[in-house]
Design a binder for this molecule. Structure first.
Ligand code: GUN
Ligand code: ZN
Length: 430
C-alpha cells in the first residue's frame, strides 16, 4: 500500500554549521511511503506525475504545515515519567529523594507496562519518534518498554540500568546479575524489529569496579550494542566519583580503563570536562549528549557546545526527562539556545532542527535508517504547525523566511505545535 503525504517538506543532508548546502525544502512537497519506508520525496506535482495510479484516498494533505523527519531523543529515562517536575534538589539529592524510590516501583510489571504506554504516547505527542532510554534496574521494565515499542513499530534503544552500590536495595543488582539480565535482554530484544539494546551502567558512583569489569565483558561480547551512561554533570558528583575511583586521572578515565570508549558510547551531560577528557572523547569517537532543560533544572551547569564541537566530538541533544523538564525537543532546543547565549555562542535555527533530527541520528549512528527523508529510510515524520497558538500566529505574521519560522517553532513550540507524528508510516495522533 502506497501513501502520499503532502505539505511543506524539509530535510537536512549536512550540518548547517559545516556547509551552506545543508537542507532540501519543498514548499509544496510530498513524501511517498510504502511498507513503512520512504520510497520518494520531492515536489508534489512531480511525485504525482510519476505515480499516476496513486489512490487519491491514500493522500494526506498537511498543508500549510511543515513536515520533517521525526525528532530523536538520545537520552531519556523511561521510569522517570512521574519524577519530572520534582522540586528543589541538585543531582545526588534529587536521585536519592525522588528518583530511586520512583524507579523502585518498576519492579512491578503492571506498573512498568502502564508507564511504558504512557511514555511512548508522550514521545509521539511531542513529535519524537526514536529515543535512547534508560530503564530501571529491573529487567521487567525493559521488557515493558520494548513490548510497547514493538506494538507501535517504534525504533527504541533501551537498556536496564546496572547499579550495584550507593542506592537503596530495591534498585540494586550485582555485577553478575547485571551482566546476566543484560545478556538475556540483548538475546531477546537486540535487533528484533526496530529494537536495539543499550548496555547501561548508570554512572560510576552506582557501579563497583566489579560491575564496570562485567560491563566491559558485556560490551566485548556485544560490540554492536550502544553503551549509555552519565559523566561530569555536577561538581559534587565528580568529587564523589573521583573519591570512589582514586586511581583515575579524571572521570572519563574510569570508563576508559574499562574499555568503554568508542563511537557507540553515549555520555550524558559532559558539562565540566577536562582538556584530556575532551581530547580522548574526540580521539575515541565517544559521543557527548547535551541535556539543556535538565542541566538548568537540576542546576548542574552550562554545557560548552562550542568547545565540544571544535574538538571534533560528535554531540547529541536530549531531554533527559525526568531531570529534564520537558518531553519536547522544541523546548529542549529553546533552552539549548539560551544556554549557548549565556556562553556567548549562537545556535541558528537550521542547526537546531538539524541537531534534533539528522544530528541525533549521527550521534546514534543510525543515519542510514532515521533522521532524514532519504528514500529507503524509515517513514518516521513530524508535522509542525507554526501557528499552533495565538501567540505563535501573531508572531508568524512578521516572519518572512523559513529560518524565522523554524525559530518561532523552536522558541515558542511544544506538543501543541505537533499536528501529527508518523511512526513507520502510521499516524500516531487521532
Ligand atoms: N546520573 C545518574 N543517574 C542520573 C539520572 O537519572 N538523571 C540524571 N540527570 N543524572 C543521572
Ligand atoms: Zn540521564
Amino acid at each position: 500500500m502506497q501513501q502520499l503525504i503532502r505539505g511543506r517538506v524539509l530535510s537536512f543532508h549536512a550540518d548547517p554549521a559545516d556547509t551552506a548546502d545543508n537542507h532540501h525544502y519543498w514548499p509544496d512537497g510530498a513524501i511517498l511511503i510504502e511498507g513503512g519506508r520512504i520510497t520518494a520525496v520531492g515536489d508534489y506535482a512531480d511525485l504525482r506525475a510519476a505515480h499516476p495510479g496513486l489512490d487519491a484516498a491514500l493522500q494526506i494533505d498537511h498543508r500549510p504545515h511543515l513536515i520533517l523527519p521525526g525528532f530523536i531523543d538520545p537520552h531519556i529515562h523511561f521510569p522517570q515519567v512521574q519524577v519530572i517536575a520534582s522540586w528543589g534538589a541538585q543531582l545526588l539529592e534529587w536521585l536519592n529523594t525522588y528518583t530511586f524510590p520512583e524507579e523502585a516501583r518498576f519492579a512491578d510489571p503492571a506498573h512498568a507496562a502502564r508507564m511504558a504506554d504512557a511514555f511512548l504516547d508522550q514521545l509521539t505527542a511531542h513529535g519524537t519518534t526514536t529515543a535512547c532510554a534508560f530503564a530501571s534496574v529491573h529487567p521487567q521494565s525493559v521488557e515493558a518498554l520494548f513490548t510497547a515499542a514493538e506494538a507501535r513499530n517504534m525504533a527504541i534503544i533501551a537498556g536496564k540500568v546496572m547499579m550495584d552500590r550507593n542506592a537503596p536495595e530495591s534498585v540494586l543488582d550485582t555485577a553478575q546479575q547485571g551482566y546476566d539480565d543484560s545478556a538475556a535482554l540483548i538475546a531477546r530484544w537486540h535487533g528484533k524489529g526496530r529494537a536495539r539494546y543499550a548496555i547501561t551502567p548508570r554512572f560510576a558512583i552506582t557501579s563497583t569496579p566489579e560491575q564496570l569489569a562485567a560491563t566491559q565483558a558485556l560490551v566485548a561480547a556485544h560490540p554492536d550494542c550502544h553503551v549509555q551512561t552519565h559523566m561530569s554533570e555536577n561538581l559534587e558528583e565528580i568529587a564523589l566519583t573521583l573519591s570512589l575511583y582514586p586511581l583515575a586521572r579524571d572521570y572519563l578515565d574510569i570508563y576508559e580503563s574499562y574499555g568503554l570508549l568508542g563511537p557507540n558510547l553515549l555520555l550524558g551531560h559532559c558539562i565540566h570536562l577536562e582538556p584530556r577528557e575532551i581530547a580522548r572523547m574526540a580521539e575515541s569517537g565517544s559521543r557527548a549528549i547535551f541535556c539543556p532543560t535538565s542541566n538548568l533544572f537540576i542546576g548542574s551547569g552550562l554545557y560548552d557546545a562550542r568547545a565540544v564541537r571544535e574538538a571534533g566530538i560528535v554531540a547529541g541533544v536530549a531531554t533527559d526527562v525526568g531531570g529534564g523538564s520537558s518531553y519536547s525537543m522544541l523546548t529542549t532546543l529553546n533552552e539549548g539556545y539560551k544556554v549557548m547565549q549565556l556562553k556567548g555562542q549562537n545556535l541558528h535555527p537550521f542547526a537546531a532542527f538539524h541537531w534534533m533530527t539528522r544530528g541525533n541520528a549521527l550521534a546514534l549512528r543510525m543515519e542510514d535508517r532515521i533522521g532524514t527523508l532519504e528514500p529507503g529510510t524509515d517513514a518516521d515524520l513530524v508535522v509542525l504547525d507554526s501557528r499552533a497558538t495565538p501567540a505563535m500566529a501573531l508572531r508568524m505574521e512578521r516572519a518572512t523566511t523559513l529560518a524565522e519560522e523554524l525559530f518561532v517553532l523552536q522558541i515558542m513550540g511544544d506538543d501543541r505545535a505537533v499536528a501529527q507524528t508518523y511512526v513507520a508510516g502510521k499516524a500516531m495522533k487521532a
